[in-house]
Design a protein around this ligand. Structure first.
Ligand SMILES: *[C@@H]1O[C@H](CO)[C@@H](O)[C@H](O)[C@H]1NC(C)=O
Ligand SMILES: *[C@@H]1O[C@H](CO)[C@@H](O)[C@H](O)[C@H]1NC(C)=O
Ligand SMILES: *[C@@H]1O[C@H](CO)[C@@H](O)[C@H](O)[C@H]1NC(C)=O
Ligand SMILES: *[C@@H]1O[C@H](CO)[C@@H](O)[C@H](O)[C@H]1NC(C)=O
Length: 380
């Protein structure tokens, strides 16, 4: 009798849970909240998020917007712009790799002083490997924590895509530093990558003090970044900060041959708001969340750094220039000087662009206790 009762109870509980689950799926299916709920459950259960998880399959693939082809002049646009317009409205993609505990959970994320958020395509294994050993090494510096995350999409198709996904999976299991979503990792999808990251951050790392957001082919002096941020007056990450290589008084490039081509069909105005070059910039956790909030009501522009500027402008905020961020490279006073003299790099925050071999050497050279610098640092 007792046994029977226990079994019935169990069965009833199971049915109850199932109904609850179905109801939750049903009631929330039209809202964004749904996605958060499902993922929070997974975090609580501490289940690795894999392709077989219900969360991944709970997405319906974002459909092509066929009406995009009605836009005036659509047929004469280049293929990648057409493609962009067809899928411009898609903002949610299944996560293939996640590291929900990267910041120690949402509450504890305040202990992360500087989160390095590095855009990296699956194929850039060598760059990631070098960054992990050099400027992006997770460590305590000056008493505060530096953490690292690479953000990635997918590349190619078929076996090639599977192989590259497998590569990221191996790396993630070894280093716990990759977020990957199932969208194609192209230049015009970089804004999407940023938005997906910010959404992840709001969920898993909302209290991180500061973020460095940049490419995987830059030389970033993260020691200097921490020291610069620690010296800011009255800002522990909960006030506005966005700084880097400031670009202003520019507008969209209308030349179809350019990598940055933006036709009027994508962006009508002839001017962009001020922004910082996407090679690398620093921002506060507060500003990252403001940008995420604003992004919800701003149509995607495929140039990611400009898009961040648009989000700030909408919030009445703006970027400021930091003299030591050189996304356009260093400008040496003379051609006879060694462009890789570590003395030029000891005091900067960031230089674009460096090969892995150069990053490895430079990181070690600027930390060499025997390094003596007498020359003046290079001028911008
Ligand atoms: C636009 O395209 C869609 C699908 O191709 C079509 O059904 C519709 O009539 C077109 N016109 C407008 C104004 O949306
Ligand atoms: C589809 O494209 C048309 C034309 O640009 C646009 O008016 C409409 O808002 C788009 N639909 C969605 C769901 O984004
Ligand atoms: C962005 O990614 C989506 C999903 O993979 C893809 O359909 C779309 O073509 C990509 N857009 C561009 C402009 O590459
Ligand atoms: C972002 O929006 C949410 C919901 O509207 C709000 O609770 C939060 O305070 C906003 N965050 C920032 C930094 O503006």
């Amino acid at each position: 009798m007792r046994k029977f009762k226990a079994k019935t109870l169990l069965l009833a509980a199971a049915v109850g849970l199932l109904i609850l689950h179905l109801f939750k799926d049903f009631s929330d299916s039209k809202t964004l909240q749904h996605n958060f709920d499902v993922r929070e459950d997974q975090v609580q259960l501490r289940q690795p998020i894999t392709k077989s998880s219900s969360y991944v399959y709970s997405w319906t693939r974002c459909q092509q917007n066929t009406s995009a082809s009605n836009i005036t002049g659509f047929s004469s646009l280049p293929g990648n712009i057409k493609d962009f317009l067809y899928y411009r409205h898609c903002r949610h993609f299944p996560m293939l790799l996640d590291v929900p505990e990267k910041c120690g959970g949402a509450e504890k994320s305040a202990e992360v002083f500087l989160l390095l958020v590095i855009k990296s395509s699956p194929v850039n294994y060598d760059r990631r490997e070098v960054l992990r050993k050099t400027w992006a090494k997770e460590r305590l510096h000056n008493g505060v924590w530096i953490r690292r995350i690479f953000i990635s999409g997918t590349m190619d198709s078929g076996f090639e895509k599977e192989r590259l996904n497998k590569l990221l999976e191996y790396e993630k299991s070894e280093y716990n530093d990759i977020l990957q979503w199932d969208f194609s990792d192209t230049f015009y999808n970089l804004t999407l990558k940023q938005i997906l990251f910010l959404e992840w951050m709001e969920r898993n790392c909302p209290k991180a003090r500061f973020l460095f957001n940049g490419d995987d082919d830059v030389f970033a002096n993260t020691d200097n970044m921490v020291e610069y941020l620690q010296n800011l007056k009255d800002n522990n990450g909960n006030k506005h900060l966005f700084t880097g290589h400031l670009i202003h008084y520019v507008g969209p490039i209308r030349d179809p041959g350019s990598k940055y081509f933006i036709p009027v069909q994508v962006y009508e105005s002839d001017s962009y708001p001020p922004y910082c070059g996407g090679g690398g910039f620093l921002l506060s956790g507060y500003t990252a969340l403001v940008i995420y909030n604003m992004s919800q009501s701003i149509t995607i522009l495929p140039i990611d750094d400009v898009y961040m500027g648009m989000c700030m402008a909408k919030a009445g905020l703006g970027p400021v220039a930091h003299i030591a961020v050189r996304t356009a490279g260093l400008h040496l006073p003379s051609k006879t000087l060694d462009a890789y003299d570590p003395c030029y790099y000891r005091d900067i925050l960031l230089v674009h662009r460096f090969l892995p071999i150069q990053i490895y050497q430079m990181w070690h050279r600027i930390h060499d206790p025997n390094l003596i610098c007498t020359k003046q640092p290079a001028d911008g």
